[in-house]
Design a protein around this ligand. Sequence first.
Ligand SMILES: *Cc1c(COP(=O)(O)O)cnc(C)c1O
Length: 365
Amino acid sequence: MEYIEKYPILEINLNKIYQNTNYVVNLCKEKDIAVAGVVKGLNAQIEVVKKMVEGGCKYIASSRIEQLINIRENKIKNENMLIRMPMTREIEDVVKYIDISLNSEIETINKIEEECKKQNKEHKVILMMDLGDLREGIFDENEFINTSLYIENNLKYVKLYGVGTNLSCYGSIKPSYENLNKLCDVATKIETIIGRELDIISGGATTTLPLIIENNIPKKINNLRIGEAILLGRDLIDYWGYDLDEINKDTLILKAEIIELKNKPSYPIGEMFIDAFGNKPTYEDMGVRKRAILGVGKQDFVFHDSLIPLDEGIKIVGSSSDHLIIDIQNSNKDFKVGDVVNFGMFYANALYLTSSNYVNNKYVY
Ligand SMILES: *Cc1c(COP(=O)(O)O)cnc(C)c1O
């Protein structure tokens, strides 16, 4: 039987993801920084995880424990890192399947200790410090130091493996030499008191990479948790102005099929009320335009604004749950119903597209 490709397709270029991993790992290596490859952005697809391992990621990290368990079950041996603080009801699995977890609550850490005792197993903890982004972490320096000393001195199975921070997530705070150096100073204070070096000083995510490029990262930082720069590589150029030629920005392509192709007015007709999601969008009257409807929608990509048409002369007009409308008036291509249109994307789209049951993932090399 002839194999029929079903659209929408998310084309994932594994070789490009491997190259990105390799580039990021080497960039970090110059500063003695080990990389935890963060796999949550592409729903921890095993093929992708394998490329991140081949490319040199020391640890494999995710905020979703289910993803890390699945990776273990697929015989990927790297130490894993749970980068969202464990929920109380996850603790049994954390001890069973996770090597290292990021933590900020002493109650949770005590529960991990109890569970470790039950399972007769050790567990490594990275204590998170909040440097002002105001998502996770202990904000007060004394509380932070006291908590780390508590783990070091009072717990037998939970090991204080290191300290870390997270930036540019909630509070959109930029990593800087100054804020990361504060983490390093506190780490040094802790090391002096406990009389040994911490294994990990984890200085953030993709948004910390510019500090490496600028040669302005505190020497003590020895770990970063990187997802976006490896999986997509778009943020550094589009938000930070760093065009790293070596990073492929076309790792992912969304391919969607044209299901209607007509000339239509660009300004809706009748009394304007609300759209399918209760919003009141504004419309520009550009007269009659040639436009296409594609069989993919918000349920798959959520935001159409961050999709990037890869053909000249195509403009995204709007979307609803299951439809994406594009203006093709200025395109030189002679599109027909059934033709396929290609899009690049940003992180959020990749996150949703790889979680949609209606999008077929296709690996290319
Ligand atoms: C998602 C996440 C990362 C990875 O962020 P990227 O921007 O994809 O590099 C790192 N650390 C934590 C705690 C995260 O939640």
